[in-house]
Every structure is written in structure tokens, then in C-alpha cells.
Ligand binder design. Structure first.
Ligand SMILES: C[S@@+](CC[C@H](N)C(=O)[O-])C[C@H]1O[C@@H](n2cnc3c(N)ncnc32)[C@H](O)[C@@H]1O
Length: 302
């Protein structure tokens, strides 16, 4: 039988040297585990970090659809929401290394409380603050069963069209081609072929199971990290939530840095990281059984 190629890798001694100063007064180190650090802090505050350290950001911001987060208001006016988006995307740009990539999971549309083209508006704002556009993946959550909003039922007077998908927008800082880092890619031939097809189909995550109001499924950062970063790169999530990106960073031999404003969610992240790192425990069966996808959560809440 052919032996599987093992990618050799060593935790660099200076894994955290990028952030090893005492930090700024604006962030608190909440938790450190293997190559993962979680800070409790605010992404809107430019002084949260005082250097460029990010190779890859994988994140999903609040969608402003009335989710009952513990610490932030998810019912801003659309104008204020765009201002909020501009500020945090500009800060992440500022903290990113020159060849950094930015993988942004956002809705396509806002369907309740006024129709809005959120996906294209946030992409335009990302470009305004300096990010360059590469392409967009459509995440097909494969779930239309719980749909209730039809507008004018069986009438052309005012029907609602709702696409059960989200966007994963791919952006980068200065240049797309990566020449920095370990140059060690750990993606298989099949994964590369499947994931460079910009239609990704997998279910969302259950908020009940995770204990957070809007987690994304591990498949999302898992694919993004393996496709867009090298082993040992620094992966950042400024809206760490329940820690999904950090878990995948840790399990895939990347340095994970997370920022989360809410203490209760920081605690969820800590417990999840302890439990879920070292295991790749997301079977198809488990995902299919989940009772409420990310998309449903957003539709319900909006
Ligand atoms: C959509 S959730 C992210 C979920 C995450 N992707 C996961 O899989 O668990 C957004 C998170 O951003 C956090 N948040 C909101 N405003 C923030 C801010 N200004 N700075 C840092 N975190 C913030 C919220 O508390 C919430 O946990």
C-alpha cells in the first residue's frame, strides 16, 4: 500500500512573538492554548493591536438582523451598520500583513425590515477601505424547508424572492500571489479541485448545540484556512463568536488569534477550544441532524 505523505511541521518557538508585548490597554488576553490566543476586545478600536500581524482573516460579522447578542446592538439603522462595517474592515486592513487575505462571510440580501443589497454594499465598502477584490464563493446552505415569508402568496402584487445562500467574499491586501510564509500547503488534490469551485454546499451550524446565537459551521473556516493559508500562518477572527475559526486554525497547524467583545462568548470559546481541538469531529450525520442552520437563524431573527 502506498504510504501517505506526512507534512512535517514544528511549532515555531516565536509563534506568539508577534503579539508578545504586554499588549495595549485596549485588549485583555482572555485565554491561550497551544498556538491560539483569544483577546477580549473591540474590533472598532484601532488601538486594540499596534502592529501588522495577520496573514488570513476568516470572519462573519454581526448581520444587523436583530440577533439577541449579549454585548452588541444588532438593530442599527442600515446607514449606521454600513459605518460600523467600514470602521472594522478598515482596522483589520490596518493590522494585516502586505499579502494578507480577507475571507468575509456575509449575507447576499437583507429581506426583512427593508430590502437591502448587503453583499454588494459591504464588498464595495471593503474596496473603499483598501481591500482588493478577488472573487466570491456562494455558500449554498441547502435549506429552504423552514421558509415562511412569501410576500403576496400566488400573486404578482408583491412576491418575495429569497435565495437560501450566503456569500464568502475573497479579498486581499496588496498582492494575491503569496511569496511569504512557510510555503507549506496541506490541501489534498481532491480538496483543491472541489473547493476552488465557487459553489460550496454544506449545512449551517446549530445555535443550540454551540450555545451561541450565530455560529458558522466548521467546514467554512476549515476550507478557507486550507485553501488560502500556509501552515504556521497567522489566522485572525475579529468576531470570534464561539471560536469556530480558532478551532480550525489550531487543528490545522496555524496560529489562531481571536477577538471577541463579549465575556460570556469568550468563555464559550475557551471551553470549545479545549474540547474540540485535536479532533476533527464534524461528521456529515452530525451536521444533517443540526436543528437550525446559520441561514435559518438569520432569517428567523430578521
Ligand atoms: C456572527 S457572530 C460570529 C460567529 C462566529 N463566526 C462563530 O462561528 O461562532 C459575531 C460575533 O461578534 C461579536 N462582536 C460584535 N461586535 C463586536 C466588536 N465590536 N468587537 C468584537 N466582537 C464583536 C459578537 O459578540 C458575536 O459573538
Amino acid at each position: 500500500m502506498k504510504k501517505k505523505k506526512v507534512v512535517k511541521y514544528k511549532i515555531p518557538k516565536d509563534a506568539f512573538s508577534i503579539l508578545s508585548d504586554s499588549g495595549t490597554k485596549n485588549r485583555v488576553e482572555y485565554f491561550r492554548h497551544k498556538k491560539t490566543i483569544l483577546f477580549k476586545g473591540d474590533v472598532l478600536d484601532r488601538d486594540t493591536f499596534d502592529k501588522q500581524f495577520i496573514d488570513l482573516t476568516v470572519t462573519s460579522p454581526p448581520y444587523n438582523v436583530g440577533i439577541d447578542y449579549t454585548s452588541n446592538n444588532d438593530t442599527l439603522s442600515y446607514e449606521k451598520y454600513l459605518e460600523f462595517s467600514k470602521k472594522w474592515m478598515s482596522n483589520v486592513f490596518h493590522w494585516s500583513n502586505t499579502q494578507a487575505r480577507f475571507i468575509l462571510n456575509i449575507p447576499l440580501d437583507k429581506n426583512k425590515g427593508g430590502q437591502q443589497s448587503v453583499g454588494s454594499d459591504l464588498t464595495a465598502i471593503a474596496k473603499q477601505v483598501g481591500w482588493k477584490y478577488h472573487s466570491t464563493i456562494i455558500w449554498n446552505e441547502g435549506n429552504i424547508s423552514r421558509r415562511t415569508a412569501w410576500g403576496s402568496w400566488l400573486s404578482a402584487s408583491a412576491p418575495y424572492v429569497i435565495a437560501p445562500v450566503e456569500l464568502i467574499v475573497i479579498l486581499y491586501k496588496d498582492e494575491w500571489k503569496k511569496t511569504n510564509g512557510t510555503k507549506i500547503s496541506d490541501i489534498s488534490r481532491q480538496e483543491f479541485m472541489d473547493w476552488t469551485n465557487g459553489l460550496w454546499t454544506f449545512n449551517g451550524e446549530s445555535k443550540k448545540r454551540i450555545g451561541h446565537p450565530a455560529p458558522f459551521p466548521r467546514q467554512l473556516p476549515h476550507r478557507a484556512i486550507k485553501l488560502f493559508s500556509y501552515v504556521n500562518d497567522v489566522v485572525f477572527d475579529p468576531f470570534a463568536g464561539s471560536g469556530t475559526t480558532l478551532i480550525e486554525a489550531c487543528n490545522n497547524k496555524r496560529i489562531g488569534i481571536g477577538l471577541e467583545i463579549d465575556k460570556q462568548y469568550c468563555e464559550i470559546i475557551k471551553n470549545r477550544i479545549i474540547k474540540e481541538t485535536g479532533t476533527l469531529n464534524f461528521s456529515n450525520e452530525e451536521r444533517v441532524k443540526s436543528n437550525g442552520t446559520h441561514h435559518e437563524v438569520l432569517q428567523e431573527a430578521s
